[in-house]
Ligand binder design. Structure first.
Ligand code: SAH
Length: 216
Protein backbone atom coordinates (compact mmCIF):
# COMPACT_ATOMS: atom_id res chain seq x y z
CA UNK A 1 0.00 0.00 0.00
CA UNK A 2 1.12 3.58 -0.72
CA UNK A 3 3.37 4.91 2.07
CA UNK A 4 1.42 8.18 2.01
CA UNK A 5 -1.86 6.43 2.83
CA UNK A 6 -3.00 7.72 6.19
CA UNK A 7 -4.34 5.65 9.05
CA UNK A 8 -7.80 7.16 8.44
CA UNK A 9 -7.71 5.99 4.82
CA UNK A 10 -6.56 2.52 5.89
CA UNK A 11 -9.43 2.40 8.37
CA UNK A 12 -11.99 3.37 5.74
CA UNK A 13 -10.79 0.71 3.33
CA UNK A 14 -10.66 -1.83 6.14
CA UNK A 15 -14.22 -1.13 7.30
CA UNK A 16 -15.47 -1.11 3.72
CA UNK A 17 -13.95 -4.58 3.15
CA UNK A 18 -15.62 -5.86 6.33
CA UNK A 19 -19.03 -4.54 5.35
CA UNK A 20 -18.80 -5.87 1.80
CA UNK A 21 -18.09 -9.36 3.23
CA UNK A 22 -21.20 -9.25 5.42
CA UNK A 23 -19.98 -7.79 8.73
CA UNK A 24 -22.86 -5.40 9.40
CA UNK A 25 -23.37 -5.49 13.20
CA UNK A 26 -22.68 -1.94 14.42
CA UNK A 27 -21.18 -3.00 17.77
CA UNK A 28 -18.84 -5.46 16.06
CA UNK A 29 -17.75 -2.86 13.49
CA UNK A 30 -17.08 -0.31 16.26
CA UNK A 31 -15.04 -2.85 18.26
CA UNK A 32 -12.99 -3.67 15.14
CA UNK A 33 -12.51 0.00 14.34
CA UNK A 34 -11.05 0.51 17.83
CA UNK A 35 -8.63 -2.42 17.45
CA UNK A 36 -5.61 -1.57 15.27
CA UNK A 37 -4.62 -4.86 13.59
CA UNK A 38 -1.10 -3.50 12.89
CA UNK A 39 -0.32 -3.92 16.62
CA UNK A 40 -0.78 -7.69 16.30
CA UNK A 41 1.30 -8.31 13.18
CA UNK A 42 5.09 -8.00 13.39
CA UNK A 43 8.01 -8.43 10.98
CA UNK A 44 7.75 -8.00 7.25
CA UNK A 45 4.03 -8.67 7.13
CA UNK A 46 3.26 -5.61 9.28
CA UNK A 47 2.54 -3.43 6.24
CA UNK A 48 -0.19 -5.86 5.14
CA UNK A 49 -2.10 -5.61 8.42
CA UNK A 50 -5.04 -3.75 6.85
CA UNK A 51 -5.55 -6.26 4.04
CA UNK A 52 -8.36 -8.79 4.36
CA UNK A 53 -6.14 -11.85 4.51
CA UNK A 54 -4.74 -14.19 7.19
CA UNK A 55 -1.07 -13.47 7.99
CA UNK A 56 1.66 -15.60 9.60
CA UNK A 57 2.53 -15.03 13.29
CA UNK A 58 5.05 -16.85 15.55
CA UNK A 59 4.99 -20.64 16.22
CA UNK A 60 3.73 -21.44 12.69
CA UNK A 61 0.28 -20.00 13.48
CA UNK A 62 -1.81 -17.32 11.75
CA UNK A 63 -3.78 -14.22 12.63
CA UNK A 64 -7.18 -14.80 11.03
CA UNK A 65 -8.59 -12.86 8.10
CA UNK A 66 -10.37 -9.72 9.45
CA UNK A 67 -13.67 -10.48 7.69
CA UNK A 68 -13.70 -13.98 9.22
CA UNK A 69 -12.96 -12.47 12.65
CA UNK A 70 -15.89 -10.08 12.08
CA UNK A 71 -18.30 -12.79 10.92
CA UNK A 72 -17.38 -15.08 13.83
CA UNK A 73 -17.74 -12.25 16.35
CA UNK A 74 -21.07 -11.29 14.84
CA UNK A 75 -22.30 -14.91 14.97
CA UNK A 76 -21.37 -15.07 18.66
CA UNK A 77 -23.91 -12.32 19.55
CA UNK A 78 -21.94 -11.03 22.53
CA UNK A 79 -23.84 -8.98 25.13
CA UNK A 80 -22.18 -6.33 27.33
CA UNK A 81 -22.74 -8.44 30.50
CA UNK A 82 -21.23 -11.63 29.06
CA UNK A 83 -18.32 -13.70 30.31
CA UNK A 84 -16.52 -15.02 27.23
CA UNK A 85 -13.90 -17.72 26.64
CA UNK A 86 -11.70 -17.65 23.54
CA UNK A 87 -9.65 -20.76 22.74
CA UNK A 88 -6.64 -19.92 20.51
CA UNK A 89 -5.26 -16.50 21.54
CA UNK A 90 -2.70 -16.41 18.72
CA UNK A 91 -1.79 -12.75 18.22
CA UNK A 92 -4.48 -11.59 20.67
CA UNK A 93 -6.37 -9.65 17.98
CA UNK A 94 -9.69 -11.48 18.36
CA UNK A 95 -9.41 -11.39 22.17
CA UNK A 96 -9.06 -7.59 22.20
CA UNK A 97 -12.09 -7.21 19.92
CA UNK A 98 -14.09 -9.41 22.33
CA UNK A 99 -12.86 -7.34 25.30
CA UNK A 100 -14.60 -4.28 23.77
CA UNK A 101 -17.90 -6.19 23.57
CA UNK A 102 -18.08 -8.25 26.76
CA UNK A 103 -17.81 -7.72 30.51
CA UNK A 104 -15.02 -10.28 30.96
CA UNK A 105 -12.87 -12.22 28.52
CA UNK A 106 -10.60 -15.22 29.15
CA UNK A 107 -8.31 -16.41 26.38
CA UNK A 108 -6.02 -19.46 26.20
CA UNK A 109 -3.26 -20.60 23.89
CA UNK A 110 -0.98 -23.66 24.01
CA UNK A 111 2.10 -21.64 22.90
CA UNK A 112 3.98 -19.68 25.59
CA UNK A 113 5.76 -17.52 22.99
CA UNK A 114 2.49 -16.34 21.46
CA UNK A 115 1.04 -15.78 24.92
CA UNK A 116 3.99 -13.56 25.97
CA UNK A 117 3.67 -11.46 22.82
CA UNK A 118 -0.10 -11.16 23.14
CA UNK A 119 0.14 -10.21 26.84
CA UNK A 120 2.60 -7.42 25.98
CA UNK A 121 0.05 -5.95 23.53
CA UNK A 122 -2.79 -6.28 26.08
CA UNK A 123 -0.63 -4.30 28.54
CA UNK A 124 0.23 -1.61 26.00
CA UNK A 125 -3.47 -1.22 25.24
CA UNK A 126 -4.25 -1.20 28.98
CA UNK A 127 -7.08 -3.72 28.67
CA UNK A 128 -8.34 -4.61 32.12
CA UNK A 129 -11.17 -7.09 31.46
CA UNK A 130 -9.04 -9.64 29.62
CA UNK A 131 -7.08 -12.51 31.23
CA UNK A 132 -4.78 -14.78 29.23
CA UNK A 133 -3.56 -18.28 30.15
CA UNK A 134 -1.09 -20.72 28.62
CA UNK A 135 -3.01 -24.00 28.58
CA UNK A 136 -4.62 -26.64 26.40
CA UNK A 137 -7.88 -24.85 25.74
CA UNK A 138 -9.71 -27.98 24.59
CA UNK A 139 -10.29 -28.62 28.31
CA UNK A 140 -11.77 -25.14 28.70
CA UNK A 141 -11.14 -23.24 31.94
CA UNK A 142 -12.98 -25.17 34.69
CA UNK A 143 -12.14 -22.54 37.35
CA UNK A 144 -13.72 -19.70 35.35
CA UNK A 145 -16.66 -21.68 33.90
CA UNK A 146 -19.48 -21.51 33.02
CA UNK A 147 -19.37 -19.08 30.08
CA UNK A 148 -22.08 -17.12 28.25
CA UNK A 149 -20.09 -17.31 25.04
CA UNK A 150 -17.23 -19.49 23.76
CA UNK A 151 -15.25 -18.80 20.58
CA UNK A 152 -12.75 -21.36 19.27
CA UNK A 153 -10.31 -20.12 16.63
CA UNK A 154 -8.68 -23.48 15.77
CA UNK A 155 -10.45 -26.41 14.12
CA UNK A 156 -11.44 -29.58 15.98
CA UNK A 157 -13.09 -32.60 14.38
CA UNK A 158 -16.00 -32.20 16.78
CA UNK A 159 -16.90 -29.65 19.46
CA UNK A 160 -14.77 -30.63 22.51
CA UNK A 161 -16.95 -32.11 25.30
CA UNK A 162 -15.49 -29.95 28.10
CA UNK A 163 -16.32 -26.78 26.14
CA UNK A 164 -19.93 -27.89 25.63
CA UNK A 165 -20.10 -28.66 29.36
CA UNK A 166 -18.76 -25.18 30.26
CA UNK A 167 -21.39 -23.35 28.20
CA UNK A 168 -24.29 -21.83 30.20
CA UNK A 169 -27.88 -22.70 29.32
CA UNK A 170 -28.78 -20.01 26.76
CA UNK A 171 -25.10 -19.74 25.87
CA UNK A 172 -23.58 -19.75 22.38
CA UNK A 173 -20.37 -21.31 21.09
CA UNK A 174 -18.94 -20.58 17.61
CA UNK A 175 -16.20 -22.84 16.24
CA UNK A 176 -14.74 -24.34 13.07
CA UNK A 177 -15.11 -28.12 12.81
CA UNK A 178 -13.61 -30.60 10.34
CA UNK A 179 -10.35 -32.23 9.28
CA UNK A 180 -7.33 -29.93 9.50
CA UNK A 181 -6.23 -30.55 5.91
CA UNK A 182 -9.57 -29.94 4.21
CA UNK A 183 -12.40 -27.41 4.18
CA UNK A 184 -13.96 -26.96 7.57
CA UNK A 185 -17.36 -25.62 8.55
CA UNK A 186 -17.96 -22.77 10.94
CA UNK A 187 -20.78 -23.83 13.26
CA UNK A 188 -22.82 -22.20 16.00
CA UNK A 189 -23.90 -24.28 18.99
CA UNK A 190 -26.67 -22.94 21.22
CA UNK A 191 -27.36 -24.58 24.56
CA UNK A 192 -30.99 -24.86 25.64
CA UNK A 193 -32.58 -26.37 28.76
CA UNK A 194 -32.90 -29.67 26.93
CA UNK A 195 -29.72 -29.93 24.86
CA UNK A 196 -27.65 -28.38 22.08
CA UNK A 197 -28.72 -26.96 18.72
CA UNK A 198 -26.23 -26.91 15.85
CA UNK A 199 -26.24 -24.52 12.87
CA UNK A 200 -23.80 -24.56 9.95
CA UNK A 201 -22.68 -21.04 9.05
CA UNK A 202 -20.05 -21.13 6.30
CA UNK A 203 -16.95 -22.93 5.00
CA UNK A 204 -13.70 -21.76 6.65
CA UNK A 205 -10.07 -22.80 6.99
CA UNK A 206 -8.29 -22.73 10.35
CA UNK A 207 -5.15 -24.26 11.88
CA UNK A 208 -5.92 -27.41 13.90
CA UNK A 209 -6.85 -27.50 17.58
CA UNK A 210 -3.96 -29.59 18.97
CA UNK A 211 -3.67 -31.46 22.24
CA UNK A 212 -1.31 -30.51 25.07
CA UNK A 213 1.09 -27.56 25.34
CA UNK A 214 3.32 -26.41 22.47
CA UNK A 215 7.13 -26.77 22.82
CA UNK A 216 7.65 -22.99 22.62
N1 SAH B 1 -7.52 -15.85 17.43
C1 SAH B 1 -6.17 -15.68 16.94
C2 SAH B 1 -5.81 -16.59 15.79
C3 SAH B 1 -5.75 -17.99 16.23
S1 SAH B 1 -4.75 -19.11 15.31
C4 SAH B 1 -5.90 -14.24 16.57
O1 SAH B 1 -6.79 -13.39 16.70
O2 SAH B 1 -4.76 -13.94 16.22
C5 SAH B 1 -5.14 -20.51 16.30
C6 SAH B 1 -4.46 -20.55 17.64
O3 SAH B 1 -4.98 -21.67 18.34
C7 SAH B 1 -2.95 -20.75 17.55
O4 SAH B 1 -2.30 -19.70 18.20
C8 SAH B 1 -2.73 -22.09 18.27
O5 SAH B 1 -1.54 -22.13 19.05
C9 SAH B 1 -3.96 -22.18 19.14
N2 SAH B 1 -4.32 -23.53 19.58
C10 SAH B 1 -4.37 -24.68 18.87
N3 SAH B 1 -4.76 -25.71 19.65
C11 SAH B 1 -4.97 -25.19 20.90
C12 SAH B 1 -5.37 -25.74 22.15
N4 SAH B 1 -5.67 -27.03 22.32
N5 SAH B 1 -5.48 -24.90 23.21
C13 SAH B 1 -5.19 -23.58 23.09
N6 SAH B 1 -4.80 -23.00 21.93
C14 SAH B 1 -4.69 -23.79 20.85
Amino acid sequence: MNAMTTRAEHQMQFLFALRSKGVTDARVLTAMEKTDRAMFVTGHFADRAYEDMPLPIACGQTISQPSVVGLMTQALQVNPRDKVLEVGTGSGYQAVILSHLARRVYTVDRHKTLMNEARAVFQTLDITNLTAFTADGSHGLPDQAPFDRILVTAAAEDPPGPLLAQLKVGGIMVLPVGQSDSVQTLIRVTRSETGFEYEELRPVRFVPLLEGLGKD
